[in-house]
Design a protein around this ligand. Structure first.
Ligand code: CTP
Length: 396
């Protein structure tokens, strides 16, 4: 696992209870977590909760005589790879925006060297307060990542903007902050999931693709700093934060969506398991059962990836090849036929629906094997490889 050191600041708001779940998510992802609480945060949840979840003593006080380390405000920020404050109160954000350092947590923030992310949590009036909004503008200008806040039901009984993001989403942002950004400012268009070709009002032809690989590639591209558009067939997955998703059903819908978006894209990655055929004799109504043999006429679907590579000024294109035999031979033939600078080859038997996979990257230089790993890890390596080739091709 790719273990990193995360400094988690906890300030005093009712959303503190969600921070315990955030710690669990970060620890589950393999990270080491050090919690620092403000005095008012301890009024909501005791330090022992975080101590138990992290296995590390919680820091609260600048002047704790029990500790040998009188330079905690320096050593802790040097230790950390990323610093996240969740929840971040209006008071903490105001201090941060103005460089005020009057307790351990705000002093740590002032002395930081690593990326800082804050997840605001407050009542909707406090969030909308002009002073708070000024502080948010200042913090963004200072390079602080502002996560959320979300809108919805608030602990005070009101409904509006100011809720802290859920732990899972904050953890995704923390992971992203730890990744290199070779695609900063680039636009990446991705197809994912299966397509569904209608037979009648209630039936269709599809395949068991879960969309996991395409969504992992979307997440990896977003983590690498890209602006991601995800054209997705029907799947039961949540898109990564920051990705724009366009839902489609059939291969023709997917092609239309790709055509509408592709001019803006720097990189196109086709991960979708596109049905090769659609039904010519579709029925508007549900076909009734009778004793006769039912014949479906199938006509070939457009090849979306080949359509993109055939454009006059195509984006940098990456394809996937799902093969059930002769992997390398078939995949390299597919790469040449579709004119792809990069293709990720995998065996259907090991890929479809699974959480992990094994991939061979094929490019003009030959083959690069990515050993079995979870799909996110593979997607990060694929995106890093594509970013290198893209940079070389475009001399950036
Ligand atoms: N692809 C596509 N449109 C299609 C078929 C495939 O965009 N109509 C893309 C896939 O998203 C993938 C690549 O082409 O990136 C290869 O897909 P794959 O299903 O392995 O190959 P096919 O081109 O369908 O060829 P075959 O079925 O003969 O293996």
């Amino acid at each position: 696992m790719n273990q990193k050191k995360i400094l988690l600041g906890v300030t005093g708001g009712i959303a503190v209870y969600k921070s315990a779940e955030l710690v669990r998510q970060l620890v589950k992802a393999g990270h080491e977590v050090q919690v620092v609480m403000t005095r008012s945060a301890t009024e909501f949840v005791g330090p022992v909760t975080f101590q138990a979840l992290t296995g590390r003593d919680v820091f609260v006080d600048m002047w704790d005589k029990q500790r040998g380390d009188s330079m905690a405000h320096i050593s802790l920020t040097r230790w950390a790879d990323a610093f996240v404050v969740a929840p971040a109160t209006a008071n903490f954000l105001a201090k941060l925006a103005n460089g005020i350092a009057d307790d351990l947590l705000s002093t740590l923030a002032a002395a930081r060297e690593c990326p800082l992310l804050v997840a605001p949590a407050m009542n909707k009036q406090m969030w909308g307060n002009p002073a708070n909004q000024r502080n948010i503008v200042q913090l963004k200008a200072d390079g602080v990542a502002i996560l959320g806040p979300a809108s919805g039901f608030q602990a005070c009984g009101e409904v509006g903007e100011g809720r802290m993001l859920e732990a899972e989403e904050i953890a995704l942002h923390v992971d992203a902050a730890l990744q290199p950004k070779p695609l900063a400012g680039k636009k990446v268009l991705i197809t994912a999931g299966p397509t569904f070709e209608r037979i009648d009002a209630v039936r269709g032809i599809t395949n068991p693709s879960s969309g996991k690989m395409g969504y992992a590639v979307a997440r990896a591209a977003w983590e690498a700093g890209a602006e991601v558009t995800l054209v997705s067939g029907q799947v039961s997955l949540t898109p990564p934060p920051g990705c724009r998703r366009i839902d489609v059903v059939s291969a023709q819908d997917m092609l239309n969506a790709v055509n509408a978006e592709v001019d803006a894209a720097d990189i196109f990655i086709g991960v979708a398991a596109v049905a090769d055929y659609y039904v010519l004799n579709q029925s508007e109504q549900k076909i009734k059962k009778d004793a006769h043999i039912l014949t479906l006429e199938l006509a070939p679907n457009p090849d979306i990836l080949a359509n993109v590579t055939a454009r006059d000024n195509p984006p940098f294109c990456v394809g996937f090849a799902a093969e059930s035999e002769n992997l390398l031979e078939y995949a390299e033939a597919k790469r040449r036929r579709k004119k792809l600078p990069l293709l990720a080859a995998n065996l259907v038997q090991t890929a479809i629906g699974a959480d992990d996979n094994e991939i061979i990257l094929l490019d003009d230089e030959g083959e690069h094997r990515l050993p079995r790993a979870d799909k996110l890890e593979l997607a990060r390596k694929l995106v890093a490889h594509a970013a290198r080739l893209y940079a070389r091709q475009n001399k950036v």
